[in-house]
Design a binder for this molecule. Structure first.
Ligand code: PMP
Length: 388
C-alpha cells in the first residue's frame, strides 16, 4: 500500500507471464498499437495528440518533456507543491531555462492569482515558454486543480506540462478539454503496472515547439523526433525500431489500459475518489491528521498523514508485522513527522485489501501506545465504500 509500485491485477500479471515477444512479433505490434490508442482514451487526448511509451521511470517522462521543450534562455514557471516539483524545476534549470517558482505552505497549493502574478513577473524578462505543475505531489498528497493553470498558460501562449505520475488514471484530467500540452506518468502508479515505463502524451502544439527548436537537439534517447515515428508506426500497426521496447511491459500496458477503459475512465477515477474518501473517513475516526489542508486539496491516489503525538516511524514496522507495507515521509522539511498510504490502481477494486490496511494500521497504532477504535474506522470506511 505504498504510493507505487502498486499491487497489480491478475490480468496484468497474466500478460507479464507470456513468453517475451520480439519487437517485430505480430502480437507485440498489435499490443503496442492498441496500448497507444488506449492511452488517448485514458488521457482523454484528441486525435492530434501524440502518445509516447519509453522504457524508464517517471523521471525519464519528466526529462522527455523538459529536454524537448526547453531551450537555453527559455523562461519557465513551476508551481511547486513539493519534492517532485523541486525535481522538474532542477531539470528545467539544467536545460538552461530561467525558472520562476510559485510556492505555497506545505499542504497547500498556490492560488491561481499567485500563478498569474508569477507568469506576469516572469514575462517581464521575455516570453514565457512553459508552465509546469505536479498534478498530485507524492510527497504531500496535495492535488492541484489543473484547469485554471492550463487556462492561464493557454491564454498566454505558454506550454503547460503536468506531471501526472501519481495521478494519471486516478484523478480527473481531460487533456483535450484542458488544452494541456504534456501529461506524463509512469507505469507503477494508478495505471497499475510494475515500474518500467515512462508514458507521455504531447499536444500538437508541443510537438510543433520541438520541431521549431533552434538550439541543438536534445540527447538522442530523449529526442521526440527519434521516438515519434516509431510510435506512429506501431499505432498504424507497422513495426519500427529506434531502441528495443520492453516487450513484456508493452503487453502488460495493453492489458492494464484495457481494464481501465473497460471500466470507463470516468468510473475508474470515481472509484479512486470514493476509496480516498472512505480511507480519509477511517483516518479521521482514528484521530489522524492529513497533510493536505482541505478535502479539495487531498489526492485520490494517496494519503499523507501526520504521526500522532508521541508516535514515530516505528509505527510502520508494527503495521508491516501485519503484512501491510506503508511508506515513510518524503518531503525533506517534514520527512520524519508523517507517513504515506498509497491507494491507487488495482487496490481500488479490492475493498478487502483496503480493510486489511485499516485493521493493520489500527493494530500498529495500539502497539505504539496510541490505541484507536478500529471497528469504528472500518465502519466509517465501509459506509462510503459501499456507496458505489
Ligand atoms: N513525479 C511524481 C509525482 C512521482 O510521484 C514520482 C515517483 N514517485 C516521480 C515523478 C518520479 O518517478 P520515478 O520514480 O518512476 O522516476
Amino acid at each position: 500500500m505504498i504510493p507505487g509500485p502498486v499491487e497489480i491485477s491478475p490480468g496484468v500479471r497474466a500478460a507479464l507471464d507470456a513468453a517475451p515477444p520480439g519487437h517485430l512479433a505480430p502480437a507485440l505490434i498489435e499490443a503496442f498499437g492498441h496500448a497507444l490508442s488506449r492511452m488517448r482514451e485514458v488521457w482523454m487526448a484528441g486525435p492530434d495528440a501524440r502518445p509516447l511509451v519509453v522504457a524508464g521511470g517517471g523521471t525519464l517522462a519528466m526529462e522527455l518533456a523538459v529536454a524537448n521543450l526547453t531551450e537555453p534562455g527559455d523562461r519557465a514557471v513551476v508551481i511547486n507543491t513539493g519534492y517532485f516539483s523541486d525535481r522538474i524545476a532542477e531539470m528545467l534549470r539544467r536545460s538552461g531555462a530561467v525558472v520562476h517558482e510559485v510556492r505555497a505552505p506545505i499542504g497547500e497549493a498556490p492560488a491561481p492569482e499567485a500563478v498569474e502574478h508569477a507568469l506576469e513577473a516572469s514575462a517581464r524578462g521575455g516570453a514565457v515558454k512553459l508552465l509546469a505543475a505536479t498534478h498530485v505531489d507524492t510527497s504531500t498528497g496535495v492535488r492541484v486543480d489543473p484547469a485554471p493553470l492550463a487556462a492561464l498558460a493557454r491564454e498566454r501562449g505558454v506550454l503547460s506540462v503536468f506531471d501526472g505520475v501519481c495521478a494519471t488514471a486516478g484523478e480527473a484530467f481531460d487533456m483535450d478539454r484542458l488544452a494541456a500540452d504534456v501529461y506524463l506518468t509512469a507505469s507503477q502508479k494508478a495505471i497499475g503496472l510494475p515500474a518500467g515505463l515512462a508514458l507521455l502524451v504531447a499536444s500538437a502544439r508541443a510537438v510543433e515547439a520541438r520541431r521549431r527548436r533552434r538550439a541543438p537537439p536534445p540527447p538522442l534517447y530523449l529526442d521526440w523526433e527519434a521516438w515519434l515515428p516509431v510510435m506512429e508506426g506501431y499505432e498504424a500497426r507497422r513495426p519500427g525500431y529506434f531502441s528495443t521496447p520492453p516487450t513484456s511491459m508493452i503487453l502488460a500496458l495493453a492489458a492494464g489500459l484495457d481494464e481501465i477503459v473497460q471500466r470507463g475512465i470516468a468510473a475508474r477515477v470515481a472509484d479512486h475518489r470514493r476509496v480516498a474518501q472512505a480511507l480519509r473517513a477511517a483516518w479521521q475516526t482514528m484521530g489522524l491528521a492529513p497533510i493536505p489542508r482541505t478535502a479539495q486539496l487531498s489526492a485520490n491516489t494517496l494519503s499523507a498523514i501526520r504521526f500522532p503525538d508521541g508516535v514515530d516511524a516505528s509505527l510502520l514496522a508494527r503495521v508491516l508485522d501485519r503484512g501491510v507495507v506503508l511508506a515513510g515521509g518524503l518531503h525533506p522539511e517534514i520527512r520524519s513527522r508523517y507517513f504515506r498510504v498509497g491507494h491507487m490502481g488495482y487496490v481500488v477494486t479490492r475493498p478487502d485489501l483496503l480493510e486489511r490496511t485499516i485493521t493493520a494500521l489500527g493494530a500498529g497504532l495500539g502497539d505504539v501506545g496510541h490505541p484507536v477504535d478500529t471497528a469504528q474506522a472500518l465502519a466509517a470506511a465501509d459506509a462510503l465504500l459501499g456507496a458505489a
